[in-house]
Design a binder for this molecule. Sequence first.
Ligand code: TRP
Length: 331
Amino acid sequence: MDIVVSGIRPTGNLHLGNYFGAVKNFIKMQNEHKCYFFIADYHSLTTHPTPADLHGNVKNVLVNFLAAGLDPEKATLYIQSDIPEVTELYLLLNMNAYLGELERVASFKEKVRTQPDNINAGLLTYPTLMAADVLIHKAAKVPVGKDQEQHLEMMRNFANRFNRMYKVEYFPAPVAFNFGEELIKIPGLDGSTKMSKSEGDYNAIYLSDEPEVIRKKIMRAVTDAGPTVENQPKPQPVENLFQLMKVLSTTDTYEHFNNLYNTCQIRYGDLKKQLAEDVIVFTHPFREKIKELFVNDNYLHKVASLGAEKARESTSRTIREVREIIGFKVF
Ligand code: TRP
């Protein structure tokens, strides 16, 4: 059993791509490992959200993850800003994080390019805060995508540097948790190969979407003029709809429409109608759960306090030991 940590950016509702990607894996991992999942609200301050947006985004993410099946009894589910030890470790790690290496991080360079008017120190030290998130639990594994590989490498550097500097074997060097082939990729409705919220309102279907919204989005999905030759390969946008059907509809439904395509008899309108209904059925329990949790602040409070309490068992121990190693002595 490994210690696993992952941070979730509070960016709003979950879509089907998130669900079949990270979320389903989190749900599986919580049964097999000692998991810490937290909402990275400190990290989100780099973009200066309003107080209302900050709280709203954290609440949305919490509600969505609970509705999707994260179990606060199995995993430790907490809010980053509830754990002051994280910020202390962040400060301590920053003393050995060098400007040169922080400036070389690809995600930082990207921000320098895209938002030159807001290059704050929080952005520069994003990797140290992330390292603190993980090292505070002395975790071995971090389930994140390829885009976070460089951040993981920095985490290992910070961990090893600390160990070397104080001649201890204290922090393990965390590695990426690979879910490998099991990952189901969900395509976008706009013909792109990946469902993504950044691609506009009609690309992604959210677990919280109402049936009318789902129907509207799917009916607007990109297709083509239809096949003219039997068994011809499907162009990407059409392949995407079939891909969604494969994941969300029954095998019979998929085969039915696949045969119609291969015999050039398909009507995309019919396929879309069927797909929309199947998506509505699939998302129904999530949608209902999200609504129920959203008005249950009492329960959300309980979840967050339980998470903070469980998280602090390891975070307070780590900080106590780290202070000792560094030489902060109690008088
Ligand atoms: N940077 C991660 C992302 O963009 C979120 C994150 C913050 C994180 N702290 C973390 C992920 C610690 C893993 C571990 O998605």
